[in-house]
Ligand binder design. Structure first.
Ligand SMILES: C[S@@+](CC[C@H](N)C(=O)[O-])C[C@H]1O[C@@H](n2cnc3c(N)ncnc32)[C@H](O)[C@@H]1O
Length: 313
């Protein structure tokens, strides 16, 4: 059954101020308070952002200690001085330091110039951000990643090319965004975020209203939050979080049919039989290279969903 998207939004009472609590099997905007992931957000970024927003927050990752192999350990020793920004609290939580203030002086101090800054949230092995930094030497790039091997691998790739415009920070990304001053970022990228497929884990998905609020504040007017996922249910989740925010414009021109109800790990096979509606998405961002995550998604026959949300201020 094909619904009109506006009808669907109305039917589900889908605005960020009055979302219904029982929407989509337990995942809702109403059950989380501001400062935790998912508070009701009207994108009023004039309100001060809260550093350490993750102190009580639901995290989008599980802290895993992973031993680095000899190659990554060597890369870490060799390149940390050049690439790693030490902005974590130091208590092992990966929160940013409480006094971190990301403004133009901070950028100048860490990159040595005032070029536009693009931040990738969850940069994984670094294939994408390293390729982008190499292709755009007059743009500054910051990779935010929590996983030790990913951080080390990104440094390895960057070091091999002697890139000067890339930095890496091993911190909880929503914390970093919350510490940004208004308009300091040119773009934010979130490609193939962890899917958290179980229904009860959907609230751990990193794209949340609270993050949208921080991203909106951090981006310059006209700046873009680019998102990509190979998980159909995550695509619906992105539309739910983003499409009703008046402070972002969905810049896409593709019409994509998606189920209008969520599925989880146990009932994913039911998705095709659920009611569908058309949504607007973007064509593939040509600054995005094929990473291992995307390749695996394609090999499994999944469709890639690209989004570009432009900031209105
Ligand atoms: C599925 S991987 C995708 C990696 C990369 N974007 C790509 O396309 O290859 C998602 C990554 O996000 C990272 N991540 C999850 N939550 C994060 C957070 N709160 N802050 C920073 N990184 C996070 C994970 O460690 C993981 O490396």
């Amino acid at each position: 059954m094909q619904e009109n998207k506006e009808d669907w939004l109305k039917m589900n009472d889908f605005n960020v101020d009055s979302a219904s609590d029982d929407l989509h099997g337990g995942h809702s905007f109403g059950d989380l308070t501001d400062g935790e992931d998912g508070g009701a957000v009207a994108c009023d970024s004039s309100k001060p952002q809260q550093p350490h927003a993750s102190a009580r927050a639901i995290l989008s990752f599980v802290r895993r200690s992973a031993r680095l192999d000899a190659r990554l350990e060597k890369a870490k020793q060799r390149y940390s001085g050049a690439y790693l920004l030490c902005i974590a609290d130091g208590d092992g939580s990966l929160r940013v330091k409480s006094d971190l203030c990301v403004d133009s002086q901070w950028i100048e101090a860490n990159w040595g110039n005032a070029n536009p800054l693009i931040v990738e949230i969850g940069s994984g092995q670094g294939e994408n951000i390293v390729a982008a930094a190499a292709a755009n030497p007059n743009t500054n790039f910051l990779a935010l990643e929590v996983y030790d091997p990913g951080v080390a691998h990104t440094m390895l790739l960057a070091g091999k090319q002697d890139l000067r415009n890339l930095r890496i920070a091993q911190v909880n990304a929503p914390d970093f965004l919350a510490a940004c001053k208004s308009g300091v970022l040119a773009e934010v990228w979130t490609f193939f975020p962890d899917p958290w497929p179980k229904m009860r884990h959907h609230k751990r998905r990193i794209v949340q209203p609270s993050l949208a609020k921080s991203v909106h504040n951090a981006l310059v007017a006209g700046g873009v939050w680019r998102i990509a996922t190979d998980i159909e249910d995550y695509a619906l989740h992105v539309h739910e979080v983003m499409d009703s925010l008046a402070c972002f414009e969905n810049d896409g021109d593709l019409r994509v049919s998606l189920p209008t109800e969520h599925v989880g790990k146990g009932n994913a096979q039911d998705a095709a039989d659920l009611p569908h509606a058309d949504f607007v998405e973007s064509r593939r961002f040509d600054g995005r290279v094929l990473t291992n995550f995307e390749r695996k998604g394609l090999e499994a026959g999944r469709v890639i969903h690209d989004f570009a949300y432009v900031v209105k201020k």
